[in-house]
Design a protein. Sequence first.
Length: 295
Amino acid sequence: MKTQTQSYIYAIGAVFLWSTVASVFKLSLNYIDIWQLLLVSSLTATLCLLSILVYQNKLILLRQLKPKDCFRLLVLGILNPFLYYVILFKAYDLLPAQIAQSLNYTWAITLMFLSIPILKHKVTSYDIAATLVCYAGIVVICMGGDSFPTGQLSMLGISLAIGSTIIWALYWLYKAKDKVDPMLGLFLSFLFSLPFIMLSCYLFSDIPNWNNNGILGGVYVGLFEMGITYVLWLSALQLTSSVAKISTLIYCSPFLSLFFIHFFVGEAIAATTVVGLSMIVGGLLLQRKNEVKNC
């Protein structure tokens, strides 16, 4: 099989799996709370990543780590998975899944803005236009609040969904400075975050009932949102002859996700969600065009 074909297969697999997780978030939160879901999914992801590292014989790289590397990975672990998923899961708990996942997709715009003070990037006219289009899409989505069965949309949920993009963007900005092997770094970030997650679950919730249906959802999230899917996407990036050939596939994910949300969660997809999400993705593609142009 040609290398580029393998890259497409890995990328499509990652996009498909990522498209399912919004539905799993929402369904799992019917049975367990955000702290329990975070604990189960993070523990699953940590074990999954450890297994992959053992298979790849990369644990030997631990000997190359310096104290400053471990401290940086600890900070990254607090950002993601700890803070990021606490905020994101709460947003899903308060909002329809279609709204939470659509708003969360604006993280690329947040990343662009935060890169200005952190990485000293300059804003272009493309960036401004992309921002206006994306946030206009958010306004359109939020206007559909009265059309949902739950009535008016939760302003706290909207704030958390948008706020989660700040945590996610900060994580990747500081991750860009990390020289540790990507798989090892991800594993250690999850490992270092576990004490914080366990303590929070103990303080604010209870130990999950392992016979609960939500546990399966947590395991699914750990495997296919946090673990295996990351490996698939990383493999696709390593095998492709051009990142641009597969990067646009990720924009199919939110629309495919709406399909799963409708059929598995049972939400009626509002027209405002489709229009607003299309505007958000259009803005992201506009920004992407600017990045490619400047490469």
